[in-house]
Design a protein around this ligand. Structure first.
Ligand code: AMP
Length: 207
């Protein structure tokens, strides 16, 4: 199955994608993570995209499409796409080149999203994700897995979060409308326990 998960940051896209991946093995392709990997490895692309990401701005389409195309092409048994498409140009690229079986829309209001994102942390060494509200490290500021320092992501401060939410509303809404017109959209209320949301996704996709 080729599935897309769309929702404002903090709506639980990553969590739900990870659950689907665990159950079915389809790769979870998270564009934000692919971009951050380049920044960590200080590649040529990483140096270019860092400025956009730190300011909460979208990275230009030609760069993200060039990055994601080989990853999608290699996923021949299916994929769970998270963080892409974020505008109509990216959506057209997807619809023109790949079969899409369903688009899960995780609905969450902005204030709840800001609260959830402000609690996000990750390990500065091995990059394991944490959330102080639902999944804190066992020892404060210390990674459970490697003992590294657990910190906030550079782009998770409130100003950048609000800018990303505004971008989402401006650009991604049009993306959602086109998926709705194509009959691919599956709306799900995201302010519910993780397991409930997961089960609703399975039901709606007939999995
Ligand atoms: P995320 O981890 O999804 O919150 O993404 C973090 C940042 O990566 C965003 O604020 C953007 O700067 C960049 N990014 C992620 N996905 C995309 C995309 N589809 N198009 C352009 N930039 C993106």
């Amino acid at each position: 199955m080729n599935i897309i998960i769309i929702g404002i940051q903090g709506s639980g896209k990553g969590t739900q994608a990870a659950l689907l991946h665990k159950k079915y093995g389809w790769p979870h392709i998270n564009l934000g993570k692919l971009l951050r990997d380049h920044i960590i490895r200080k590649t040529e692309l990483g140096l270019v995209v860092k400025e956009y990401i730190d300011k909460g701005r979208l990275v230009p389409d030609d760069l993200v499409i060039k990055l994601i195309k080989p990853v999608l092409d290699a996923a021949d048994s299916g994929f769970i796409l998270d963080g892409f498409p974020r505008n109509l140009a990216q959506e057209r690229f997807l619809l023109d080149n790949y079969r899409i079986d369903g688009v899960v829309l995780l609905d969450l209001d902005d204030e709840t999203a800001v609260k959830r994102i402000s609690a996000r942390r990750h390990c500065s060494v091995c990059h394991t994700d944490y959330n102080l509200l639902i999944n804190p490290p066992k020892v404060e500021n210390t990674c459970d897995l490697c003992g590294g320092k657990v910190v906030m992501r550079d782009d998770d401060h409130e100003e950048a979060i609000r800018m990303r939410l505004n971008k989402f509303h401006l650009k991604t809404k049009k993306v959602i409308e086109l998926f709705q017109e194509r009959g691919l959209a599956i709306p799900i209320q995201a302010d519910q326990p993780v397991e409930v949301v997961h089960q609703k996704i399975l039901d709606q996709l007939n999995l």
